[in-house]
Design a protein around this ligand. Structure first.
Ligand code: NI
Length: 317
């Protein structure tokens, strides 16, 4: 009897220890912590402030623009938040076109195509390019497109120290805010190279990580017809298509890609419109996830991914 009680006690202790360690493993990810909180609550705002928001507020205080909505948690930070249209991607078949690495020489031409076809897209801007072409960056925003962070100099963030990862992201975020008047909330790590550590730092800076599920390979195959076909054929409901507006062949491809996607019944939206309200520190549209699940909120849940130090499969951009 005593032995049996002892065994039972031992089993109970092990179960508790195991339970604690499992819970512990699941906790440290900022994505989990962030998604547990409703967006826009005071607790959320407080946590954002705590996560280094103070320094940023000081830096961008002089940039503060008119923000009539005092309820906005970000209003003190300068810059406006991207204005989403009311598109319900739970009811419609949505697709988001995304353009990385610009603004480039061909970006104005792309903007004309998008204007002519009444299409909104999302641009992940490189800081050095914004410095070189601030007018194009402003034009992107003025025409209703969304802008996100794609670092200052396009490094592989998984190879940098925490301090440098933070610098790359924060500098770009500030530069975009200063140049365009809109504060980005989205970020795409170059090459899609990320991990738990890079994701955590993005979250601390109020950024949601946006990857993709359709790679047009436009950086590699400089053929407009190929790019068009890949985008149109591979897109599924709520897909995010990866392209680069620094490639002339990509810009050549966009008009017919838009036509093809609309013919398939897709509504073209920006990334924030597709996600709903992106949660900082969470990753969206991970191409490695075999099956994406659209939640009630219209969010596409994806796994957080590889642990610290382990790099994801390296892709183009
Ligand atoms: Ni890139």
């Amino acid at each position: 009897m005593q032995v049996r009680a002892l065994v039972a006690l031992l089993a109970l202790t092990m179960a508790i220890t195991l339970g604690v360690s499992l819970t512990h493993d699941a906790q440290p990810q900022p994505a989990v912590a962030a998604s547990a909180q409703p967006v826009g609550t005071s607790a959320d705002a407080a946590s954002r402030e705590r996560d280094g928001g103070g320094a940023e507020a000081a830096e961008t205080a002089d940039l503060a623009t008119d923000e009539p909505d005092s309820a906005s948690t970000e209003s003190a930070r300068g810059g406006k938040v991207y204005e989403q249209r009311a598109v319900d991607c739970r009811k419609r078949k949505c697709v988001a076109l995304t353009f990385d690495d610009g603004p480039g020489l061909d970006t104005p031409r792309l903007l004309k195509v998008l204007a002519r076809t009444k299409t909104r897209a999302t641009f992940f801007l490189v800081g050095q390019m914004v410095k070189a072409r601030p007018g194009s960056a402003r034009q992107i925003v003025r025409r209703g497109h969304e802008v996100g962070v794609h670092t200052m100099g396009h490094p592989d963030l998984t190879r940098l120290s925490d301090a440098w990862v933070r610098w790359q992201l924060q500098q770009t975020k500030r530069l975009i805010t200063r140049t365009t008047g809109v504060r980005p909330t989205l970020s795409r790590p170059p090459y899609g190279a990320t991990g738990r550590r890079v994701l955590r730092i993005q979250g601390e800076l109020g950024l949601s990580e946006v990857l993709w599920d359709v790679d047009t390979s436009d950086w590699k195959i400089r053929d407009a017809r190929y790019v068009t076909r890949t985008g149109v054929q591979r897109a599924g409901r709520n897909s995010v298509i990866l392209m680069h507006d620094i490639r002339p062949t990509t810009v050549d491809a966009v008009a017919s890609m838009i036509r093809g996607l609309r013919r398939r019944g897709f509504t073209l939206v920006t990334v924030s419109e597709l996600i709903g309200n992106p949660v900082p520190g969470r990753t969206y549209f991970d191409w490695r996830t075999p099956k994406r699940r659209v939640t009630k909120a219209g969010h596409t849940r994806t796994s957080v991914g590889a642990g610290d130090g382990r790099k994801r499969r390296r892709s183009a951009h």
